[in-house]
Design a protein. Sequence first.
Length: 509
Amino acid sequence: MNINKHFSTIALGLTSVCAIANAQESKRPNIIYVFPDQMRNHAMQVWNEEGFREHVNFKADPVRTPVLSRFARESVVLTSAHSNCPLSSPHRGMMLTGMFPDGSGVSLNCHSGRPVSSLRIDAVTISDVLSQNGYDCAYIGKLHVDYPTKNNPQRPGTYVDDNNPVWDAYTPPEKRHGFRYWYSYGTFDVHKEPHYWDTDGNRHEIKEWSPKHEADKAIEYLTKERDPEKPFYLVVSMNPPHSPYQSINDVMEEDYNLYKDIPLNELLIRPNVRAELARKQKSAPYYFASVTGVDREFGRILDAVKKLGLEENTIVVFTSDHGETMASQVIDPKNSPYTESMNVPFMIRYPAKLRPHVNDLLLGTPDIMPTLLSLTGLKEKIPTSVQGNDLTSFLKEKSCKRKAPKGVLYIQNIDGEKDAEGKVQSYFPVARGIKTHRYTMAITIDQQKQVKEVLLFDDKKDPYQLQSLDVEKYPKLFKKLTKQMSGLLQKADDPWYREKILSDLIQYK
Ligand code: CA
């Protein structure tokens, strides 16, 4: 700390000190972080528009997202943001802590049969740091980072959902990590009958499409509920376009009407759509209707920000926890290294500091927390536990690309050992890989920790990943990618690095 500044501050007297502290705090930017669940990067019409389509080598889905198109023109738009472990809970753990799943504690999707996976109470989250530094923090929507326990505040000793106790959870105040305002649930997939627990633990049953309701709550927070003396960090975690996406009960009719008469082969235009996934293909009109609805509700939040005069000094992020294959490649919508699963939208608008442009920065989930903290001016407060990188300098149009990340780590875990009750006590690190600007590589192992499968795609020549390359024919490339991956595994303190898994193939230090 600057000694002169320290002395002059003392000389000003107590009232003035407080006034200065408040003025400095009020200068810090607000953050609004909106992330619908399971929205792939390709599901934005902006990628078919001039100024944007030149930056990607895929055709955008035929989806209507006019708000995101406008927002893109005001933002830094990343082509290559990836969810490292493209699954709900692990992503959320990484986003909140800046640590990979092994560090955050959230290694698998949170579920009452998996006590091994739950956000560590002692992990320092972005909301912990921001609240300790003068921010008012608010969480609205799906959380899905806690091990569901029998802690129903209305009926203690029971799960919050008798019919489906495995997934949903209530988050008591001691597990809220600095979030003061609370309107959230664990995970629950009835889009038109959502429920939430508020700050005081009261349950609210709602008969309305959840993104619409959550946008209303976000606007209510911005206009009435927040502490006007403080900068704020508002997270809005929408569940759609996550499944179910099968009927008019899942979406808004006005959105469905845009897609209902379009033949499926005109909706699913990617050449890697699988004919045998015909049943899944029928979800396409509902999936795109969900995306259009999310676009509109995001627009309502942006309108409120503008009306309140908060635009200039508010960082707004739009992203998703992972993508959706939607009948491309495999039946699983996520949790795979395919581009539809890993590549997510990432747009960041900060009029005071960031010039809008399209940027090919490789951003991974653990980078989000340190980057946002740095953008608010709290670079020095980034916890030492953070494993991601502060990428703020690369969000500038003419940044030094040479120093930018060259790859992001891909992680897939599955259930490990179970106890006598069948509860999962450990996780098995079944696949690891790397995504670079040009290649996608992933190695899956069997229970003996030997190679089971290697996927290797040249995403430049084969953007739809139609043909995995034979690694034996590309030994130099494979060696280069595994070497790069070993560096990332080391930085992540990953079990593959700690146990030196496949040390005959991977050059560990
Ligand atoms: Ca998810």
